[in-house]
Design a protein around this ligand. Sequence first.
Ligand code: C2E
Ligand code: MG
Ligand code: MG
Length: 557
Amino acid sequence: MKSDQILLDADSIEDCASESASAAQRLEADLRCALLRNEFLLHYQPQVSCHSARIVGVEALIRWQHPTRGLVAPGEFIPMLEESGLIIPVGEWVLRTACKQTRAWQEAGLGRTGVAVNLSGRQLEMENLFAIVKAALDESGLEPAYLELELTESYLMRNPEGAIATLSRLKAIGVRISVDDFGTGYSSLAYLKRFPLDTVKVDRSFIQNIVMDSDDAAITRAVISMAHSLKLDVIAEGVETEAQLGLLIANNCDAIQGYYFSRPVDADTLATMLREDRRLVSKLLADDAHARTLLLVDDDEAIINVLKLLLCRNGYRVLSANSAEQGLTLLGENRVDVVISDQKMPGMKGVEFLRRVKEIHPDSVRMMLSGYTDLKSVSDAINEGAIYKFLSKPWDNELLCTNIEEAFRSKEMAADNKRLGEELHAANIELARVNEDLRQHLHVKSQQVMRDEIALGTAQEVLQLLPWPYVGIDSDGMVAVASADAEALFANGAPLLGTMAVECLPGALIEWLDSEEAGVLGLDIAGSRYRVSRRAMGANSRSSGTLLTLESEGSRP
Ligand code: C2E
Ligand code: MG
Ligand code: MG
């Protein structure tokens, strides 16, 4: 009985395995047909700038319009495409379609939006990847700077040297490279610096808990600041809430992508978004009209009410929370300049709360207003910069107001300094770019001059071989070119170049030149007779003046 049971189980496992093998085979066969039947399509998800609030790019995401299953997400078929090698032709179709679509938006006057295309490891390993990308760009007419290729860390790590070589060639023509799902592959940014990257996309798994999980917030902040120091842009993926967005803005993230702004949409819907110049709407975005905002956190409702009354009179926007947890949520949803917290509250204590605030909103000014002093924890928090000032309860209204006004001023001054620093940084980058352009321009010019000099030297050498003496006189009457024979004839071999024609040529010749008579002149020089012809210079060059050639008619009898 027992062995029967085992036999039965083995059978069913085999059945199941062959069923799943045949399911896999069916999927592979279906996918082959899908490509032929044009069942694949692309959706596009906008990427929005945290600075300008505008759409700055889109990510192309493949979908499968299955005849019976409807729209199938890539997670269900990309692994099979990779396993079967079908990802190569499908990936090429994605590239060509995305480039063509993006160019079409640009030509329709919908702005200069770029497109990001996901590449799989198999594509990165292809020897002709460069040629395929180049062909997609050439065929569509899309400028390379508007195409970004997304690769995950794991694909980059499979064959780093090969990836660096291929990506460097693509980068050299202007294509941008980004590392996708950053943070999931255990590699450090310092290591990734070896690759020619432009953008880091922070994985959705970090963004999901960024508001409540201080580790995820700290990791994201560290990634942003390290990426910036390596001159890389940062896009946060999977942003779904205003609180996540607020935290990312507060930490200088460059752009976001996620359901909060838009799900991936079809090409027509995206065109409408571009046409309407759809923007990120958030009170957290920097704007000059931002009201000075203060957050009060105290579990004593009566204290909150008294303080609100006092502070609203000073023109501040006052937010309040009865617990640290509630305070963190409000901080995610609002741009807060100054935070004032009680120390002794149920749940998270004030010191711990202000430490968290420092981590996720380092630009805020944090103060403690408490009657209770656990000297050690409060002084530790002050020493590590989590608390700007400690004020004791009961408070003196005037002193409190002065301290709060100072806190706002200190915040605004820091913001001004930061803005000036950023402007300086941007100006330096622009200056470096202009210098580089200038350097390139000079390089091209000096190469051109060098080529011209060589051509001129060659031409002069060839001219010296001519059997007749010749002299070129420029429009100011100066000798611009003369053969050695002419120098022997008119100046005993001394150089004629740069001398005035009237000083070195015979008077009869000068008179004939001045008369502007056409035809030829017969001239005797040093016992020989010459036929002098003149031609205006400049027919085939930018020179002007007259070219004289002397033809010997033999010795005078
Ligand atoms: P990915 O490149 O990391 O793309 C982002 C994924 O996150 C997309 O899933 C997108 O719909 C989803 N997403 C964006 N914002 C949010 C959000 O706020 N919340 C949540 N929950 N999800 C969000 P999708 O379209 O299902 O694509 C999944 C993965 O399939 C992509 O991840 C990418 O690795 C792969 N993929 C998609 N298209 C292609 C392709 O053309 N070629 C290759 N090789 N892979 C592709
Ligand atoms: Mg991607
Ligand atoms: Mg991703």
